[in-house]
Design a protein around this ligand. Structure first.
Ligand code: SF4
Ligand code: SF4
Length: 510
């Protein structure tokens, strides 16, 4: 029996999961319009490859990865491109981003699908195909999968599979494991092969007995030695660092990645998508999403990426007093700017909110330094200090106090007796630091361009001087000063020569 390690802090929460697991996963009907954002993953947005009026096939690449941290974007169904334009996307800011808008033709005609012979292909070729297929982590981070599948110079000994799904209300991974365990296991084997891992640990929270049983059956049927480990249901057991620590006792140091300590961690949804991409040649164009909260029919559906959230939640029949929709769980999710925004690769759950289900918090009070936030922080931070630094815009100090180790789990906010929305302050501080970093990089770039221009002008001047020196029989090492001196001498010579010539001319006249 594997010895488990208890991570610091965390909370025992009411999970509210049973309400959305009563019925099987169902496909969602085709909407009349799909809005597919070109930036759905961490890193650079994909570059649009289609224009309005163009016809596309299901699974066709419509966004080309740009830069290293990027992956492809695909048409979720066949149809016609209506527009390539900014549309509102699921982000707390409510800002718009470039999207490809597709009118489905209802025929679901697929592009030619090419499975990947991953056992005989070069691993870098397989990773490139995975990149093109648009695979990004479906556990919420949406980090391009091909990068996580590339250990580089590191040796990955243990592959950890994340089936913990610890946020209340969310059940998409649980239902996926119950219904499609053999595909997930196939995806695990592909990842294990690409990473060269010798051990596979599948962590599943112990409040998902059906998922544990289904995964056990699939692992046995596949003849694998993967170990299924039920982990205690303590939020945030599914945080990457927390799950790795629980299962291995190893801590990922601040600023490092799991690869650096011989580990890799993948969510079950990502591994399912990996199996579909490699074994069936299907890019990532749909995902399982939970619809729950203030709805009459909580459930899980398979939704095409780009489906408007309004169509998604209609399947759950929201109640009339619904006042907003939250993407993600109640701890880490955010309120959507409106139901017109599309389902994206990161949309694991949409919770219909109502004042009765989620009563508004009382007004925040001053911090009383009770320390409860620090007791529950799984990252062992000092949340009250981070809050003070963020509030006073002392971002340097916030960084010094490891702001970027905060996983925004919300445990500190949940226990704060002063009802301070602590996580909002951390998100604000992080976004300010990123914005300043972007500004600094832009200023650096401008300065480098200016210096480059000055250097080019000096080079050109030197080149002119060298040519002039060659013409006048001087040295090829002419400097700009030398060029000026030579020019002055030439002028002086011509000035001296001119009166003499004039005298001769005058003399002759005489
Ligand atoms: S829990 Fe709230 S009141 Fe207590 S120390 Fe933390 S921030 Fe201050
Ligand atoms: S949100 Fe950040 S600071 Fe608060 S408990 Fe979670 S990790 Fe700690």
């Amino acid at each position: 029996m594997r010895r488990l390690h208890r991570f610091h802090g965390g909370l025992k929460l009411e999970d509210h999961k049973a309400i959305s697991t009563a019925r099987p996963i169902e496909p969602l009907p085709l909407p009349s319009e799909l809005v597919v954002p070109l930036a759905q993953h961490i890193g650079a947005a994909a570059k649009p490859l289609v224009s309005p009026g163009e016809r596309v096939l299901k699974g066709q690449l419509i966004g080309l990865p740009e830069g290293y941290v990027s992956c492809g974007v695909h048409a979720p169904t066949s149809g016609r491109v209506l527009a390539v334009e900014p549309r509102r996307v699921p982000h707390p800011s409510g800002l718009s981003d470039l999207c490809v808008v597709i009118e489905p033709d209802g025929q679901e005609r697929w592009v030619e699908r090419e499975p990947i012979d991953y056992l005989n292909a070069d691993p870098s070729e397989v990773r490139n195909r995975i990149r093109q297929a648009g695979l990004a982590g479906l556990g919420g981070a949406v980090f391009p999968s091909f990068i996580k599948l590339n250990p580089g110079a590191n040796t990955v000994r243990t592959l950890v599979v994340n089936g913990a799904e610890c946020e209340p209300y969310i059940t998409c991974d649980d239902m996926l494991m119950r219904a499609r365990a053999p595909d997930i296991v196939a995806g695990i084997e592909i990842a294990r092969h690409l990473l060269g891992a010798i051990e596979v640990l599948i962590g599943i929270e112990d409040n998902k007995p059906e998922a544990i049983a289904a995964m056990r059956t699939a692992v046995q049927a596949g003849g694998h030695a993967f170990e299924i480990v039920p982990v205690p249901s303590i939020y945030p057991a599914g945080g990457e660092k927390q799950l790795l620590y629980t299962l291995t006792g190893l801590e990922v140091p601040s600023g490092k990645r799991p690869h650096d300590i011989g580990l890799a961690c993948f969510n079950v949804g990502s591994l399912y998508a990996l199996a579909r991409a490699v074994l069936h040649g299907e890019p990532l164009i749909s995902r399982i999403t939970t619809i729950t909260g203030n709805v009459d029919e909580p459930r899980n559906v398979e939704a095409l990426i780009g489906t408007p959230v309004a169509n998604l939640v209609a399947a759950g029949r929201p109640r009339p007093d619904t006042d907003a929709y939250v993407m993600g769980g109640p701890m880490m999710g955010f309120v959507l700017p409106g139901p017109d925004v599309p389902v994206v690769k990161a949309t694991n759950c949409v919770i219909a909110r109502s004042p009765a289900l989620f009563p508004p918090l009382p007004a925040p009070m001053p911090c009383i330094r009770c320390g409860r936030c620090a007791e529950v922080c799984p990252a062992r931070l000092a949340p009250m200090d981070l809050y003070a630094f963020a509030k006073s815009q002392n971002f340097g100090k916030a960084q010094e106090y490891s702001l970027f180790d905060c996983i925004e789990c919300g445990c500190c906010s949940a226990v704060c007796p002063s009802h301070i929305p602590l996580v909002d302050y951390y998100r604000y501080a992080k976004s300010e630091i990123w914005a300043r970093e972007r500004e600094r990089k832009a200023a650096d770039l401008a300065r480098r361009r200016h210096e480059f221009r000055l250097a080019r002008l000096a080079r050109e001047q030197q080149e002119r001087a060298r040519r002039l020196a060659e013409k006048t029989g001087g040295t090829s090492q002419a400097s700009p000063d030398r060029e000026a001196i030579l020019a002055a001498i030439e002028q002086a010579k011509s000035r001296k020569a001119r009166p003499a010539a004039e005298t001769v001319e005058q003399g002759e006249v005489r």
